[in-house]
Design a protein. Structure first.
Length: 535
């Protein structure tokens, strides 16, 4: 098929101007930041937020910092609620097209306003990223691609005058880019409608196996690709038979309008190639690049790809979020997305810095200002400067500034978990949710000193699934169902003992509903201290 290579070439060519502009900006990040700053402030004058915060009088970043305090999502929520009710020109002038869901802190999820300005800003980052990727890995342009752009299904759970989420992943990038992506994709976007994760995984593999020309894979957490490859080993005989006959063995399990998309011409020759292949790279000899998270908790599973896919380049993603892009993969590093949003940084002493002030080896938190209407927004990401590209800092994600557990991309926060546990019918003096990892995989365990009804694990799973990233990981099979484990003895003392062993002072340890640490089952078993009757 020539459709995918032509679409890739068209995207590559169309991205060239933005690539050239980004190269120039890398050499003068201060000028680029100033341009973005004035563009966003001038546009924001016509919004209710801009009027209330004196945007018309803002001339410098110092004025901006004086007029607009940093905010987290909860502090932005009254403004976003006005957007959701359909009020115009609230955070930014013009029409809000969508409210895009992502994980929240104390709430189940956040809704991020998405408008034309934000889309242009995102494309200012995506275009140089794509051009650089194809420039460095031209083999990736020669075949079809498998992209997973947004990590959550768009499900409308509450009333809103603005549509929530996108119908398919490619729509996030805009009209003509959506057309090019659809042309290069190995899978039809309608597969998103399949409810059964097992069925979705099977038809995904079936479609990918039919594409010997697969050249680029872009997923979020690397564990998703590992689960897909494990399923290939498990169902290879059935998949080979379907490729040979052009059928799909799950015909009775799929919606009627999806089934035709899983069928193809019989291809016995391709089936024989798959059956004989001794490695995944023999199945897809043209696979050039896998793009995925590779920082923080994703670093270990990402490192496995050197063994699973020898000769395939691993491209760690930049710091990309629904709210905006902080950095992009570029030139082998991750420079700041300086042409997209206005970025500020706080050091460990809470001093405000701009990109020119950042130093290699130092760690910072990020404030994000976008044309979508987020101003000095705390993304709660901790980053470390690892290099300089031109004169622009390159950063890597270190972790979240708050208490977050993110083993597989689920992004559970302590505030959200506390809210969930408060709704459960529990009678307990100690409750702690933490990830548990063993030979069967990863799941969350609720450690409890008290009483709980028999179905509490099911209810807990349903409540945690209000977080779209957790629900997505559960649906993919990256996380197993949560478990309940009763703790015997003085649970809180054992909890404090472990944190003290990791260097925390006893006076600084506060009760928490969530721990990002694994290994609590072993710790509680080995350190349990059952009080005597006289104590």
């Amino acid at each position: 098929m020539v459709k995918a290579p032509l679409a890739n070439a068209a995207w590559f060519a169309a991205s060239a101007p933005a690539y050239a502009a980004f190269l120039l900006a890398l050499e003068d990040p201060a000028r680029a930041a100033e341009s973005v700053f004035h563009r966003i402030i001038r546009a924001g004058i016509g919004s209710a937020f801009g009027a209330e915060h004196g945007f018309a009088d803002i001339r410098t970043p110092l004025d901006f910092a004086r007029n607009v305090p940093p905010r987290d999502y909860d502090q932005m929520l009254p403004w976003i609620d006005r957007v959701a009710r359909g009020e115009p020109d609230v955070l930014a002038p013009g029409r809000v097209h969508r409210l895009v869901p992502t994980s929240g802190s104390t709430a189940a999820r956040k809704l991020i306003p998405f408008n034309d300005a934000l889309q242009r800003e995102l494309n200012c980052a995506i275009a140089p990223w794509i051009f650089d990727l194809y420039l460095r890995h031209p083999k990736a342009m020669r075949g079809s691609s498998y992209w997973s752009i947004s990590p959550c299904s768009a499900v409308k759970l509450e009333p809103s005058a603005i549509p929530i989420g996108f119908e398919d992943d490619a729509a996030y990038l805009g009209n003509w880019r959506r057309t090019l992506i659809d042309a290069a994709m190995a899978l039809p976007s309608a597969f998103r409608e399949i409810r059964s994760m097992a069925a979705l995984r099977y038809v995904t593999l079936l479609s990918l196996l039919r594409r010997r020309d697969l050249s680029l894979v872009s997923v979020w957490h690397p564990s998703f690709l590992r689960l897909l490859l494990d399923a290939l080993n498990e169902h290879r005989d059935e998949l080979v038979a379907d490729v040979a006959s052009g059928t799909c063995r799950l015909a009775d399990e799929l919606p009627s309008h999806i089934l035709p998309l899983t069928l193809d011409s019989p291809d016995p020759r391709r089936a024989q190639q798959i059956a004989r292949a001794a490695s995944f790279t023999e199945i897809w000899p043209g696979l050039a690049v896998v793009s995925c998270w590779a920082d923080a908790n994703a670093s270990v599973p990402a490192a496995e790809f050197g063994r699973l896919l020898p000769g395939v380049a691993l491209q760690p993603k930049g710091l990309l979020a629904t709210e905006g892009f902080v950095s992009i993969p570029f030139a082998g590093h991750h420079p700041l997305a300086i042409r997209s949003h206005y970025l500020e940084f706080l050091d460990q002493h809470n001093r405000l810095l701009d990109p020119n002030d950042l130093r290699i080896g130092e760690t910072y938190t990020v404030l994000l200002t976008t044309g979508g209407g987020l101003y000095r927004y705390r993304v709660n990401d901790l980053v470390r400067v690892d290099a300089v590209v031109g004169r622009t800092p390159s950063i890597r994600f270190v972790g979240k500034t708050g208490l977050v557990s993110d083993q597989m991309g689920e992004k559970l926060t302590d505030g959200f978990v506390a809210t969930v546990l408060s709704r459960l019918p529990l009678q307990a003096s100690f409750m702690l949710l933490a990830p548990h990892v063993d030979e069967t995989g990863c799941c969350y365990t609720l450690y409890l000193d008290g009483l709980a009804p028999p179905d509490v694990a099911r209810v807990l799973d349903e409540s945690l699934s209000e977080n779209p990233h957790y629900a997505y990981c559960r649906r993919l099979g990256q996380l197993g169902p949560p478990r309940l484990r009763y703790v015997q003895g003085d649970a809180y003392s054992m909890y404090c003992q472990r944190l003290q062993s990791l260097g925390q002072r006893l006076g600084d340890i506060k009760p928490a509903s969530l721990s990002a640490l694994t290994g609590w089952s072993t710790w509680f078993a080995q350190h349990r201290r059952i009080p005597s009757p006289d104590s």
